[in-house]
Design a binder for this molecule. Structure first.
Ligand code: NAP
Length: 286
């Protein structure tokens, strides 16, 4: 496993395990426990995923069973938009997340979307950071202009910006901007949520054949090799293992270029510039 050094000085595993769209508590708890057993040390949840309790149970069970120590684990959660009304609502939601997770601290808390009153909410998570109950703060889905405006106006720079990043949406200039501000880029949907036939894509499959790897492993390694943290999600143990087994090969420059050339230049999953999407997100209350 490789690590990303955050602007706080903390070490974040470059590969983590995501639990979006795992609403069933028993399935989520088992998946997180299996992921930690497989070797994942970063778990990415969110208030909006409605599974913080299940994640916490799995994490605490894995610690009790001696599979990993708390200090080896890196737990991320995210403040949802309906809690991003004021500094206090954001701060109080962090406390609620702790209670649900059954943890004394989290390693990273992100504002899930650049919506609601995100400056007030950022002050709320900054307060939690200054109290030491949150080890790092950051944002998610902050596209370049919004990220630049945030960074130009806050006291503490975000440590991470988690955005959609995969071979079909490479966002090279967004990553350049993040690096300019010392922010670690983190990929959600590193497997494009299964779109574009990614698992059987001819370019990824052909490159994979050279290294004895699957298309999924090639897509994940491509991001990791450009310094992007990845959070593949799977509720199947064999896929968790496959997605984790990417640390014994290096893509050639030529192969990296072929993968980067798959970029479509836009997302086909969400459109943050679409008012209908913004309204839908604001309407989702937790
Ligand atoms: P993803 O990881 O790109 O793709 C997950 C999908 O791929 C699931 O359907 C999974 O199915 C399947 N899969 C995984 N590994 C596979 C393999 N080796 N072979 C074949 N199929 C495979 O999508 P994601 O879950 O949306 O993104 C990852 C994480 O990023 C999330 O879980 C969440 O933590 C985070 N995220 C954050 C945001 C945000 O706004 N900040 C948005 C989306 C996601 P099975 O589970 O059935 O195996």
């Amino acid at each position: 496993m490789e690590f990303v050094i955050l602007n706080t000085g903390a070490k974040m595993p470059i590969e983590g395990f995501g639990v979006f769209q795992v609403p069933d508590a028993a399935v989520c708890e088992q998946a997180v426990y299996d992921a930690i057993k497989t070797g994942y040390r970063l778990i990415d949840t969110a208030q909006a995923y409605m599974n913080e309790e299940a994640v916490g149970k799995a994490v605490n069970r894995a610690i009790a069973d001696g599979i990993a120590k708390r200090e080896e684990l890196f737990i991320t959660t995210k403040v949802w938009v309906s809690n991003m009304k004021t500094e206090d609502t954001a701060y109080e939601s962090v406390k609620t997340s702790f209670a649900k997770l059954g943890l004394d601290y989290v390693d990273l808390i992100l504002l899930h979307q650049p919506m609601g009153d995100y400056f007030a909410a950022y002050r709320g998570i900054t307060k939690a950071y200054k109290e030491g109950i949150v080890k790092a703060i950051g944002v998610s889905n902050f596209y370049p202009a919004i990220l630049a405006n945030l960074c130009e106006n806050v006291e503490i720079m975000p440590a991470v910006n988690q955005v959609e990043l995969h071979p079909f949406f490479t966002q090279d200039s967004a990553i350049t901007l993040m690096k300019e501000y010392g922010i670690a880029p983190q990929a959600w949907g590193p497997l494009a949520e299964g779109r574009h036939g990614i698992f059987t894509h001819p370019v990824l499959t052909e490159i994979g054949a050279k290294y004895g790897k699957t298309a999924a492993q090639i897509a994940l390694k491509w991001n990791a090799q450009r310094g992007v943290s990845i959070l593949p999600k799977s509720v199947h143990v064999e896929r968790m293992e496959q997605n984790f087994n990417i640390w014994d090969f290096t893509l050639s420059d030529e192969d990296i270029q072929k993968i980067t050339a798959l970029d479509l230049g836009h997302s086909e999953i969400v459109d943050h510039s679409d008012p209908a999407f913004v309204k839908m997100i604001n309407g989702f209350k937790i």
